[in-house]
Design a protein around this ligand. Structure first.
Ligand SMILES: NC(=O)CC[C@H](N)C(=O)O
Length: 479
């Protein structure tokens, strides 16, 4: 059965967006389509209904494709805990660690599992839309590659190269990618797609014509810059991802700490989606002190990030805020940091260390990983979340998945702010405690509906600006 590989000339070229949009566009055309990413390196993950853990982006792509998300869609997930070490999730379950030097040697088993997952998807769908990682032109990594050209060769997949024209150098990046591949890999390139374009397309046209003339690759189209499309990202929390609040309305300011090993940064998306709530991702203690709400997000390295928090001066801000009755929220790793003590022979191997002591009890890390999708009712409002952690605090349940003492709250659950009524009511209380005039608007957008609409806008953009027919056609010729 056919497939296609969406590869990027750089990280962040928009592969995930294109893959998501294609999944929806082909699903709308009545095709049985599935997303696939052989290996994702990300700390933004999600728990599927069968308890397996995959990248957030692939989870969303499966929803866009109208299929139940599962570990087949992202068989290998590497969760970096330092620059030289990653936790391995294989077919949705923890499978040890990988160190930087082992990338060439320790990955044969991962490649086999990834190819087997692709074959299974390909056998049961009309079309598999594969997303590459980074750039396929990293020829130094080509030997053990199973996510870019290695996968393309395995499945004989035609490749669509996506280039980000917003950052500049898109033509050179496309030409350079074409030029660096060996003949066998180059033969699989089927065309390119220019992404994030703003301005007059007729100015770009001669550049594309020259590029096509030189490398013989056709253009699949030019996708415009889509300002109002955000997506469950695989990348770490980064400043500038969130649009500032511009209206002359009361605002609730939220400072989210950019921990070095932030995990599940997507927890902030529903807060950002709330009209009048202004989320700033920061490492500045002054911004953390001034905000109405301070959020410590999840972390893939709780003890190391707690040390960083102390060194940054933000731990002092947390203490001052708690003493002054100003709101603080810790999510998962952030909650663990707020507890009295942490006993961690697993993630950091540090043993017993002091926490910030804002919430009670000791967090105990165990080798087995908690993966779940719990639900609760808080003040009559339904709350749903998901759990991905080794460390278990003594949560007293005074808050879903956690505890509240005064204005300091912790939860082990990710994704809880996607529960619309709960989000509004909790933020209303935060605004009151912080002395902010912000109140939730009656006609607030529902988060899941907003995300669905975004997926549809992506599909519309592809149908309008890209040659989707030709992509289906070349995919059909792949085997
Ligand atoms: N998702 C998280 O924040 C995980 C917290 C911590 N690293 C743990 O495994 O327990």
């Amino acid at each position: 059965m056919p497939g296609i590989l969406v590869a990027g000339t750089t990280s962040d070229a928009g592969k995930s967006l294109v893959t998501t949009g294609l999944c929806r566009a082909l699903h709308r055309r009545g095709l049985r389509v599935a997303p696939f990413k052989a290996q994702n390196m990300s700390n933004n993950s999600m728990v599927c209904s069968d308890g397996s853990e995959i990248g957030r982006a692939q989870y969303l792509q499966a929803l866009a494709a109208g299929v139940e998300p599962g570990s087949l869609h992202n068989p290998v997930l590497l969760k970096p805990s330092s620059d030289r070490r990653s936790f391995v999730v294989l077919r949705g379950r923890p499978a040890g660690e990988l160190r930087a030097g082992e990338y060439a040697t320790g990955r044969t088993a991962l490649a086999q599992a990834a190819f087997a997952a692709y074959d299974e998807l390909a056998a049961t769908h009309d079309l598999v839309i594969c997303e590459g990682a980074g750039s396929p032109a990293e020829v130094n990594l080509r030997g053990g590659d199973y996510v870019n050209m290695g996968l393309a060769q395995h499945g004989r997949l035609p490749v669509v190269l996506v280039a980000d024209i917003d950052r500049g150098g898109a033509l050179a990046a496309l030409y350079g990618t074409w030029g660096l591949l060996d003949d066998a890999d180059r033969a699989l390139l089927s065309g390119y797609l220019v992404n994030k374009f703003r301005g007059d397309e007729s100015v770009l046209e001669p550049g594309l014509a020259e590029l096509s003339r030189r490398c013989g690759l056709p253009s699949y189209g030019v996708l415009p810059w889509l300002a109002d499309v955000w997506i469950d990202s695989e990348d770490a929390l980064s400043n500038g991802r969130y649009a500032p609040v511009t209206a002359e309305e009361p605002t609730l300011s939220v400072a989210a700490v950019a921990l070095p090993r932030t995990s599940n940064a997507t927890d902030l998306d529903p807060l950002e989606s709330e009209p009048g709530v202004d989320v700033t991702v920061t490492r500045d203690p002054r911004v953390c002190a001034a905000a109405d709400l301070l959020v410590l997000p999840g972390s893939r390295a709780t003890v190391a990030d707690l040390r960083w928090l102390r060194e940054s001066g933000i731990a002092d801000v947390v203490r001052d805020r708690a003493a002054a009755g100003r709101p603080v929220l810790g999510i998962c790793g952030g909650y663990q940091m707020l507890c009295e003590g942490i006993d961690d022979p697993v993630e950091s191997g540090a043993g017993a260390v002091d926490g910030l002591g804002m919430l009670g009890g000791t967090v105990r890390f165990t080798a087995d990983k908690v993966l779940g999708r719990p639900t609760d009712v808080w003040r009559g409002l339904p709350v749903a979340g998901y759990t991905i952690h080794h460390g278990r605090p003594d949560a007293d349940g005074s808050f879903p998945g956690g505890a509240t003492t005064g204005t300091v709250t912790g939860t082990m659950w990710h994704g809880i702010f996607e529960s619309d009524d709960f989000r509004a009511e909790w933020l209303r209380q935060v605004a009151e405690a912080a002395g902010s005039p912000w109140r939730p608007a009656a006609d607030r957008p529902r988060f899941a509906a907003a995300r669905e609409a975004m997926i549809d806008r992506l599909a519309d953009a592809l149908e309008t600006h890209a040659d989707v027919d030709r992509m289906i056609e070349v995919a059909g010729e792949s085997r």
